[in-house]
Write a protein that binds this ligand. Structure first.
Ligand code: ADP
Ligand code: MG
Length: 677
């Protein structure tokens, strides 16, 4: 509890005690009978009002002052204002203890609500515990530049390329690469993965992870503002700005609801006063009961609270949701589209065979690795890894990545093409497929570097890649005659493995309500078919360029219509446009991939597909709770209003009902946290 909450609790207790004493005194016959003034005398009313004003003001003075401030601003359909009018009315008709009790209940509800909101804020800020307080940076001493000093600074003051020392037990302050030491890192706060990971020299590590075993030195690779921690915090902080449809609905709803209730309170009072023999005081009382019910607090509070809880619960599992709207959409996912490489499969290819054409195997691998050395595509990273040795980047000239196809690179002054069959078609290389199954990486060289033919070839390709006008079936005139200058050097066959959790993930998705799972890939048909069979996706499309993936997704969106949502999950490499286009874009293994974090609506910090069904279940549960809360609180309110109008419910029941529903709704909202992973 915060200081303010403790203070409010004390006010509630004190006021309740005084109210209790006053009520008890009134009940003691010896006192009651000896009251100096007869029950209905003006003097009696004044004394009673003054007496009950003590507990009333102790517990409600802030409501009263708040209400006057609101009148100044013209906001008269505000809860505080309504509370004040209603309780003042109760005092006026002699319902002193009711007025006080009502204010008490109201404040109990407010206290409850502020504790609940604070609690779910905290669950998100638990994640914010990833914030490092300081960084120890190694800098040359000012007095003796040859000596290196350890200086403790604010993480934001560390520059890119500086060396930072992280002792065991401390958080890594900034993203970087380990240059000294070996240790285990706990990345639970980022990924929800509780097993520590081992990291050594050359490995990247992300800010927010906790260094467990031994001191390491890190060369920083980003400024603090661009580090993982800052990115995540920014994302989480902004997530509550994006409102779900239901939330918008509630805001609009209470804007009409409150005036309607106030109006009906006035009408009921007038009606009873004019057409019944209840008398003014009793008529007013009925109107006041309805006024008490008018506050839609349970609705207004519990809906965002439930979403807040859902987003918080997700973030603790390494699932970052960028807004309530996405959580709401996720609950309605019907079609899930998955990228293959890096999503269903590990994205770590092993080289199965090297088939060179009249050159040495090692030369072929050398060229491929050099060309791929600047790409972060899983194929590229695997080939560089398979090469294993030192890569002499001074041999490398201009490099161009052709999305979904491969690489054009200038090595030792000559142009090379490294990529799939589609790329070879494009440059009209005399290539052939391999009899071995797997992803084929072809290598071809342009032998007319100086004649300019290669440059025109590359121009055509980059033009085609840029505007997608290139039609592989009908090569443009610029390519005619290119074949004889393009020499096919051979190919490398690589194979990927399924992620261990892929099958389970698919089962999980089905059981959490996804009806259709589709795989999209830029890889060849054979590989796609194999992966599709092994994982059990419903359908797949192979050989797609990034733009074609978008087209396929649009077709799926269209087929889906308005009946459900289409989500796409990918790693953000070559599929960022698809991530953006889907109803819900889910980026996998986003730790360290800024592009994916930007493009996606939901970010899975680790690359475990099994988090998707968890996220869907959380979303569904959140929405179910929201709906329960809306239904129950509306039903209770309408019920009390009807009873109040008929004179069957008093003020205390009205407020008690309201606070009761609010508390129930809050407790219900907190249940979101209890979804099993
Ligand atoms: P996926 O849909 O499987 O994630 P991409 O669209 O990223 O695949 O790439 C499709 C295909 O293009 C790959 O299977 C590979 O054959 C080829 N490719 C893409 N980038 C490269 C690269 N850097 N080097 C070699 N081949 C590549
Ligand atoms: Mg991919």
């Amino acid at each position: 509890m915060t200081k303010k909450q403790k203070k409010n609790l004390k006010r509630i207790i004190l006021s309740a005690a005084i109210l209790g004493i006053l009520l008890a005194l009134m009940e003691i016959p010896a006192i009651r009978d000896r009251l100096p003034f007869p029950e209905n005398a003006i003097a009696n009313r004044i004394v009673m009002t003054l007496l009950f004003l003590i507990p009333y003001l102790i517990v409600g003075y802030d409501i009263v002052t708040g209400a006057f401030k609101k009148i100044g601003k013209g906001q008269i359909f505000d809860e505080e204002f309504l509370m004040m009018i209603a309780t003042a009315g109760a005092f006026a008709i002699g319902e002193y203890s009711e007025a006080t009790a009502v204010m008490l209940f109201y404040q109990v509800g407010e206290l409850f609500q502020s504790i609940a909101v604070g609690k779910s804020r905290k669950s998100i800020s638990d994640l914010m515990d990833i914030c490092p307080e300081s960084a120890i940076v190694l800098r040359p001493s000012e007095s003796d530049p040859d000596k290196i000093e350890e200086i403790e600074v604010d993480p934001s003051e560390v520059e890119i390329g500086e060396t930072v020392l992280v002792k065991p037990g401390e958080k890594i302050p900034i993203d970087g690469e380990i240059i000294e030491g070996t240790t285990s890192l706990n990345t639970a706060a980022l990924t929800g993965e509780s097993l520590p990971v081992d990291r050594t020299v050359g490995d990247r590590c992300f800010s927010g992870s906790i260094n467990l075993t031994s001191a390491i030195k890190i060369r920083t690779m980003a400024a603090y503002e661009d580090s993982t921690v800052s990115k995540i915090l920014e994302l989480v902080e902004n997530s509550t700005d994006k409102k779900a449809h239901v939330e918008g609905f509630i805001t609009r709803f209470s804007r009409v609801y409150t005036p309607i209730v106030v109006l009906s309170a006035v009408l009921i009072t007038l009606f009873c006063a004019l057409f019944t023999n209840l008398g003014l005081a009793k008529s007013l009382y009925r109107g006041l009961v309805i006024l008490f019910v008018s506050c839609p607090c349970a609705l207004v509070v519990s809906v965002p609270l439930s979403f807040f809880g859902g987003i918080g619960a997700a973030s603790r599992q390494g699932i970052l949701v960028k807004g309530s709207n996405y959580l709401e959409a996720l609950a309605h996912v019907d079609t899930l589209v998955l990228d293959k490489t890096g999503t269903l499969t590990e994205g770590r290819f092993a080289v199965d065979a090297v088939h060179p054409n009249e050159i040495d195997e090692s030369v072929l691998i050398d060229i491929a690795a050099l060309a791929e050395s600047r790409s972060n595509h899983p194929v590229a990273e695997s080939i560089v890894k398979a090469h294993g040795g030192h890569i002499d980047s001074s041999r490398l000239g201009e490099v161009e990545e052709i999305a979904g196809k491969g690489i054009r690179a200038i090595i030792d002054g000559q142009t090379y093409f490294v990529g799939n069959g589609a790329l070879m078609e494009e440059i009209r290389a005399d290539h052939h497929d391999c009899h071995l199954p797997g992803t084929i990486v072809h290598v071809a060289r342009c032998n007319a570097q100086n004649s300019g033919v290669c440059n025109s070839v590359t121009d055509v390709i980059s033009d085609a890649a840029a505007n997608d006008s290139y039609d592989a079936a009908a090569p443009t005139a610029a390519l005619t005659g290119a074949a004889n200058v393009i020499e096919y050097l051979g190919h490398i066959v690589i194979n990927d493995v399924l992620k261990s959790g892929s099958k389970d993930a698919l089962t999980g998705m089905r059981s959490s309500g996804v009806r259709k799972v589709v795989m999209l890939t830029g890889d060849n048909e054979k590989v796609a078919e194999k992966v599709a069979k092994e994982t059990g996706v419903d359908s797949y499309y192979a050989g797609l360029l990034p733009a074609q993936k978008v087209e396929k997704l649009e077709a799926l969106l269209k087929a889906q219509g308005a009946s459900g949502k289409v989500a796409f999950a990918g790693d953000g490499i070559n599929d960022a446009p698809v991530l953006t286009r889907a109803d819900i874009g889910i980026a996998m293994g986003a730790l360290g991939s800024d592009a994916a974090i930007e493009a996606a609506d939901i970010v899975l910090m680790n690359d475990d597909l099994r988090k998707i069904p968890v996220a869907i279940r959380l979303a569904r549960k959140t929405l179910r709770i929201v709906k329960e809360n809306i239904t129950v609180s509306l039903a209770v309110k309408i019920g009390i209003m009807v009873l109040g109008a008929l004179g069957l419910a008093g003020m205390k029941l009205a407020v008690f009902g309201d606070v009761g529903v609010l508390i129930l709704a809050i407790l219900n909202a907190l249940r979101v946290n209890r979804v099993k992973s």
